[in-house]
Design a protein around this ligand. Structure first.
Ligand SMILES: [Zn+2]
Length: 217
């Protein structure tokens, strides 16, 4: 099974992709991880990507698609794979289809969109903080330490927040996602591949909805 998971940053795609890998043996493929691995391994594609990134530019779609083509030939992708975070644009979706058809792997079987409520997602992400000492994760609204200002795990009293998690930064990422990805949904819908699940539900409920979507024709 070849699956694409769509959803904005912070919607939980990685968690669900990892679960599908563990339960069904479909390899989770994150293009970010793949790029880092290719660069670290010094493959020809990795060397090209490194040059591009070092010059401060974005890695071109054809390079990423070539990297996916190379990656899915590995034995651990034989049973299937879950693309997490790619494609992000309609052009990438089409390039991915072309590559899969040429590779003989056949088209994507299912596209699952984790739909989110943006204000609620912003609250979910912007509320996160962590213990500076042990890294234990907390949340302003959903998971305060038992004793205010003291880490449950290590007793630390210093906490940190990632700059990327600020509400304004999250809003910018969500808007970029919405603008770029909007054309992908009708593209996959027209092929009858698209299923939408409630990305704001609990991890377990999202998992149930995804399983149901995967089992439907
Ligand atoms: Zn701690």
């Amino acid at each position: 099974m070849k699956v694409v998971l769509l959803g904005p940053p912070g919607a939980g795609k990685g968690t669900q992709a990892k679960r599908l890998e563990e339960q069904r043996g479909w390899k989770q493929l994150s293009t970010g991880d793949m790029l880092r691995a290719a660069v670290a391994a010094g493959t020809p594609l990795g060397r090209q990507a490194k040059q591009v990134m070092e010059s401060g530019q974005l890695v071109r779609d054809d390079l990423i698609v070539a990297m996916i083509a190379e990656r899915i030939r590995e034995p651990d992708c034989a049973k299937g794979f879950v693309l997490d975070g790619f494609p992000r644009t309609a052009e990438q979706a089409m390039a991915l289809d072309d590559m899969l058809n040429e590779s003989g792997r056949g088209a994507i079987d299912r596209v699952i969109e984790l739909a989110v409520d943006e204000p609620a997602l912003i609250e979910r992400i912007a509320g996160r903080f962590a213990c500076a000492k042990c890294g234990a994760g907390y949340h302003d609204k959903f998971k305060q330490p038992k004793k205010v200002g003291v880490c449950d795990r290590c007793g630390g009293t210093q906490f940190v927040r990632r700059p990327d998690d600020r509400a304004e930064a999250v809003a910018v990422r969500l808007e970029a996602y919405r603008k770029q990805t909007a054309p992908i949904l009708p593209y996959y819908q027209a092929q009858g591949l698209l299923k939408t699940v409630d990305g704001m539900a609990s991890t377990e409920e999202v998992a149930r909805q995804i399983d149901r979507a995967l089992n439907e024709d």
